[in-house]
Design a protein around this ligand. Structure first.
Ligand SMILES: [Fe+2]
Length: 246
């Protein structure tokens, strides 16, 4: 499995604070069957200059645990415009930037920003849209993302209830309507690797195959420069009754 969202580099953000924390996280990830992790620390002007050094240290540890570590950064949409384009750090050797949004409203300038980043040659993965909005705003946001060809990454923690009732409900809302592309652990510590639990939940609600699409096939396609397959829309009650589950 491939996890394109983590905070395991030491001392850069609210994730791992020491190399010992990093190693604990790598051990747990490896035991849960993960072979590739993107080290997507939160961007901050103060710590960005220390990224490469922290990455090198973690990369050596990751190899020991049979994990390939990829570079990356998680950018808050509100501040990404302040980062010089040549300093933006996409995931691995791709052109994909991981972005998130922390304030509880839809950024009005979002579409312009997406357009500018696209012009600069980047593509975008929007992290965990399920975590911050009420249902009507969530629908608006998902429409904007879909119209702008932005890939959607959901947190495994949302599915298992780590972020509370709203995030879990939203996660199912996004999956029911189809169009999710990736599942990430967004791990800040060793307890946040929740792929196993997510697989059980997804298998129960959507049948086999969805977890593999979001945690293996699509991440592999993204790293290979291929298009991703959006998760399918869930059939309604009558459709399922007439034409079978799915
Ligand atoms: Fe994150």
């Amino acid at each position: 499995m491939k996890d394109l969202h983590s905070h395991l580099l030491p001392g850069l953000d609210d994730g791992a604070q020491s190399l010992a924390d990093t190693e604990k996280m790598l051990k747990t990830a490896s035991a849960s069957g993960i072979s590739v992790i993107a080290a997507t620390s939160h961007y901050s002007r103060e710590t960005d200059g220390k990224y490469d050094e922290a990455f090198e240290k973690a990369e050596n540890l990751a190899e020991k645990h049979g994990i390939r570590l990829l570079k990356g950064t998680e950018y808050d949409l509100e501040y990404i415009a302040d980062v010089p384009r040549e300093k933006l750090r996409p995931i691995g050797a791709t052109k994909f930037l991981l972005v998130d949004m922390n304030r509880n409203y839809i950024v009005h300038a979002m579409t312009n920003l997406f357009f500018e980043l696209k012009l600069a040659g980047f593509q975008i993965i929007f992290a965990h849209p399920e975590r911050m909005l009420r249902a009507d705003d969530l629908d608006k946001l998902i429409n904007i993302l879909t119209e702008n060809d932005i890939y959607i990454q959901m947190d495994s923690g949302s599915l298992v209830g780590r972020y509370g009732h709203l995030a879990r409900k939203n996660a199912f809302r996004i999956l029911d309507r189809g169009g999710c592309h990736l599942l990430g652990n967004d791990a800040h510590n060793a307890h946040h690797f929740l792929f196993r639990e997510s697989r059980t939940i997804l298998n129960k609600h959507y049948g086999p195959g969805l977890f593999e699409l979001l945690a293996e096939k699509n991440p592999s396609a993204l790293l290979a420069g291929e298009d991703l397959i959006p998760s399918p829309k869930r059939k309604g009650f009558w459709e399922r009754l007439l034409h079978g589950r799915g």
